[in-house]
Design a protein around this ligand. Structure first.
Ligand SMILES: Cc1cc2nc3c(=O)[nH]c(=O)nc-3n(C[C@H](O)[C@H](O)[C@H](O)COP(=O)(O)OP(=O)(O)OC[C@H]3O[C@@H](n4cnc5c(N)ncnc54)[C@H](O)[C@@H]3O)c2cc1C
Length: 455
């Protein structure tokens, strides 16, 4: 391969006690939590908006952790909900929440600036400054060039573990049997839908909530409702088998004529760290969405005036890398409902592996009896192994492929972000290593600030 050397001396443009990379769910919570502990914080984000997958990949609902009583293992989660409700950016339905992807960034940006976090949007992290096993700074690229941001402690909230990998951290990636990552999705919005008429197409399968619709299916055994309609469309050549593997549409706050589509699911281009896969996912994803729109118009009522009102600018990545941390959570820990004194999150969300069948089944949990059917994430899963001052939070924390399939949901990303931010602030203030045993203290701080844990 032909090669060139790229070499450049870069100015230090900023410094802070805690530097958080990635302004998605975990990154916002990490940055705000650290700032509220009284340290200076910088948050960098490569896109021009906060929210990450929640806003730019159009992942509009937050799932429940399925822990009884739905305790919020994050005090900032409560603040976000209060602010989002007041701004009209969220609707509540039982334990699920649906966010407006246009308004949520406004709420997150306000939380970040109110906490005193210095925000760098359009700022892509491209390398690290290292001294031995410590990260001293990050090389960032923005419109003005390449600069260095220095910090005492760093938190990797890039979803893909970019910062950790640049710093030399080990990681795993994909299904251990096949090496393949989970399928990805390019979500899109469809507007101009008459929800009542849509509901009447298949009233048993398409729910209506306050005039908005929800429907979901994976067509394995076509019997009635949407599954039968989709199977008929596949047989007629109007949909592909991939279209039927996972199809789901959600209601959206503020937009009574709009559906947020949690599809198409893409099986051929699944590596969120490969630019060619990301490019192809955009190309085939948009083609699939156009095919699905034509299907809606032909097979459902209420789509006569429907149109695609938005494609996600960010490909929806369920799973890419899992960063090697001091504690790497395993399937056995999850299915045995393991608990930890330094828990930063509790979840009973299923091991949710998408695709055409998989080796994981519920038989793993048979025989285990507990009145507290949830597992916990210990603080050690956020401490990046072999580096002095780096934490990781969000969907790429220290765990195996199977556990990742449960911990990726946003309430859990919030909790790990909050915990990593508090941990980073403690270390920055007390000149500690990330590997010092501060997990129990972090847990207690979360609780003191208002996080709820089942005990
Ligand atoms: C299709 C799909 C459907 C889902 N459905 C649900 C659901 O219904 N409910 C639910 O709760 N969860 C759902 N999830 C899971 C959830 O959305 C994600 O796991 C979660 O949002 C990840 O949060 P995060 O903070 O770890 O990463 P992200 O939100 O992805 O944030 C990472 C941020 O880092 C930035 N970044 C990346 N690299 C760099 C870099 N080098 N420099 C600077 N910035 C960088 C990105 O731009 C992004 O803003 C779904 C996920 C997908 C993909």
């Amino acid at each position: 391969m032909k090669q060139y050397v790229f070499n450049q001396t870069c100015d230090v443009c900023a410094s802070a006690d805690v530097v958080v990379v990635g302004g998605g769910t975990a990154g916002v919570f990490a940055a705000v939590a650290a700032a509220k502990e009284g340290v200076s914080v910088i948050l960098t984000e490569k896109f021009g908006s906060l929210g990450g997958s929640a806003t730019m990949a159009l992942v509009t609902p937050t799932m429940s952790t399925c822990v009884e009583g739905a305790p919020q293992n994050s005090y900032l989660g409560k603040e976000l909900e209060t602010r989002a409700l007041a701004a009209g950016a969220m609707t509540l339905r039982g334990v699920s929440r649906y966010y407006d992807p246009t308004l949520l960034p406004v709420v997150l940006e306000q939380m970040v600036t109110d906490a005193g976090v210095k925000l760098f949007l359009y700022t892509d992290v491209i390398d690290v400054v290292k001294e031995g096993t410590a990260v001293r700074g990050i090389f960032v690229r923005d419109k003005a060039g390449i600069h260095v941001i220095e910090g005492k402690m760093f938190v990797d909230c890039t979803g893909d573990g970019d910062l950790s990998v640049l710093a030399g951290a080990a990681y795993t990636k994909g299904n251990p049997k096949t090496g393949k990552n989970q399928p990805i999705s390019l979500r899109y919005l469809v507007s101009g839908v008459d929800m009542q008429a849509f509901h009447e197409t298949a009233p048993d399968s398409i729910s209506l909530w306050d005039g908005c619709a929800y429907a979901s299916c994976t067509v394995q055994v076509p019997h009635n409702g949407v599954e039968k309609i989709m199977a008929d469309a596949r047989d007629a050549g109007d949909l592909t088998p991939e279209d039927l593997a996972y199809w789901q549409v959600f209601t959206l706050p503020n937009r009574p004529d709009t559906l947020a589509c949690n599809c198409p699911e893409i099986f051929d281009y699944v590596d969120g760290t490969d630019p060619h896969d990301l490019t192809n996912a955009q190309l085939v994803g948009k083609q699939a969405a156009m095919r699905q729109l034509a299907f809606y118009k032909k097979y459902f009522h209420g789509f006569e005036k429907a149109y695609i009102s938005g494609f996600a600018p960010m490909v929806g990545i369920r799973e890419s890398r899992e960063i090697a941390a001091d504690h790497i959570m395993t399937l056995a820990e999850a299915t045995q409902y393991t608990k930890y004194p330094d828990a930063v999150a509790q979840t009973n969300y299923p091991i949710d592996i998408h695709g055409f069948g998989d080796e994981y089944t519920d038989e793993h949990v048979k025989g285990i009896e507990t009145d507290k059917p949830y597992f916990e994430i210990p603080f050690g899963s956020l401490v990046v192994r072999d580096l002095d001052n780096l934490f990781v939070a969000g969907r790429c924390i220290g765990c195996d492929f199977f556990v990742q399939a449960a911990i990726r949901i946003m309430p859990t990303c919030r909790s790990t972000g909050e915990a990593a931010g508090i941990g980073a602030a403690i270390c920055a203030k007390e000149a500690r290593s990330a590997h010092d045993n501060i997990g129990v203290r972090v847990h207690k701080t979360m609780v003191q600030r208002g996080a709820d844990f089942d005990i």
